[in-house]
Ligand binder design. Structure first.
Ligand code: MG
Length: 399
């Protein structure tokens, strides 16, 4: 196998019709959040974790607006995109055509469902290892599968009409791996004869070419319906694929001279300003402290000391962007953030959306996972007496 490189193609142009067709505006299945990240991101991460895979082509729907966020989160130079088609096999073929321009026809290409994020490292390794066996009578490729363990019934009129002999039956999983040139030809042939295949092995079988069956974990589930998501989340957690970190932060500034306050990067007119070395944005300071806390990186004062003359009057959004970069370099992504402003005045209700937008932009995430809310303290304490304002923030990070 050493002389042939290994590539991967992931068809991700579909809508997932069986998933939740009723939800208007819901993301396509490959982008639904699983443990706080798009499904597709987990799936691609599983492939990128295998160093023998030199490149991954993702076939996307035209005008896919969600992809750039996933690409940014993955930050891999091994990923390329192709324009997907109407059927899964069209998307796979499109990915293969792209590869034919940069790979040898004898190179291996594995095709993996976008909706199988629970692919185990050992299964992927075993699949690739199987390609190196017995060069003399080598099979056309290899695929992951799982022997059927349940008794299988054939249904007729709502009744179990008869029992299907279970011996020798396997469930076809992915990845499935074949020679690039041969698989492309098999899929073109299927297309010419108007045949819809549900996996790549089926297209190869028509040519009398067979994949070696490699026994994979039955936990390599395909997410088909919404109720599969919690199952997949549980599997991912049991595989140790996720690490969660929680963090909280709190910040206070006293009112002083001025005609506005900065909150969440929004300039809000007010009869007073705040006393601060920087722009005194308590929302951003609390949020930075929450993220730094989750990372075990101390606090904002350690990273941006108020003795630093360069930070006088600084735009706090710069702090947040630096903290976000630190978070990413530590391999973490924000799952969600919740911020509470404590103030008698100014009122911030009409600024909440703009604040969430700013925070999301600086953190490089969607505003949907940032919640900003506010409360007074019923005229009690320093906030209640109008001596200053405060904010608290909580974040959850995942890796
Ligand atoms: Mg502060």
């Amino acid at each position: 196998m050493a002389e042939h490189r290994v590539w991967a193609v992931v068809p991700a142009a579909g809508r997932g019709a069986r998933f939740d067709a009723s939800a208007v505006g819901a993301p396509p299945k490959q982008y639904v959040p699983l443990l706080g990240r798009p499904l597709l991101e987990w799936t691609l991460r599983a492939l990128l974790d295998e160093p023998r895979i030199v490149g991954v082509v993702v076939a996307l729907a035209a005008g896919d607006e969600r992809w750039p966020e996933v690409a940014r989160a993955l930050g891999s130079t091994r990923i390329a995109t192709a324009l997907g088609g109407a059927e899964r096999q069209d998307s796979v073929l499109s990915g293969l055509e792209l590869l034919l321009g940069r790979a040898a026809p004898g190179d291996w290409v594995l095709v993996h469902d976008a909706a199988r994020p629970c692919l185990a490292r050992e299964d992927l390794a075993a699949l690739l290892d199987a390609l190196g066996d017995a060069p003399g009578d080598a099979p056309a490729g290899a695929m992951l599968g799982a022997p059927v363990v349940d008794t299988v019934k054939r249904e007729r009129d709502g009744c179990a009409a008869d029992t299907v002999e279970r011996a020798g039956l396997w469930r076809a999983l992915t990845p499935q791996v074949f020679r690039l040139g041969e698989l492309a030809e098999a899929l073109r042939e299927a297309k010419r004869s108007g045949l819809i295949v549900t996996d790549e092995a089926q297209a190869m079988e028509r040519r009398g070419r067979h994949a070696r069956l490699v026994r994979g974990s039955p936990l390599n589930v395909k997410i088909t319906r919404a109720e599969d998501l919690p199952v997949a989340a549980g599997i991912m957690e049991s595989m140790g694929r996720t690490t969660m970190r929680i963090g909280q932060g709190f910040d206070v500034h006293t009112f002083g001279e001025g005609d506005h306050v900065m909150l969440g990067g929004v300039r809000i007119p007010h009869g007073r300003g705040v006393v601060a070395h920087s722009d005194g944005d308590v929302v951003i300071h609390a949020l930075c402290d929450a993220v730094l806390g989750a990372l075990g990186e101390g606090d904002i004062g350690r990273h941006f000391p108020d003795t630093d003359p360069r930070l006088r009057g600084a735009d706090s959004r710069m702090f947040l962007r630096e903290v976000a970069a630190l978070m990413r370099s530590a391999g973490f992504a924000l799952i969600n953030a919740d911020v509470t402003v404590l103030a008698e005045a100014p009122r911030i209700a009409q600024h909440r959306a703009a604040m969430a937008e700013n925070l999301a932009e600086d953190l490089g995430v969607s505003p949907r996972i940032i919640n900003v809310k506010a409360t007074t303290t019923e005229r009690m304490g320093f906030v209640g007496r109008g001596e200053g304002l405060a904010a608290s923030a909580a974040v959850l990070l995942g890796a």
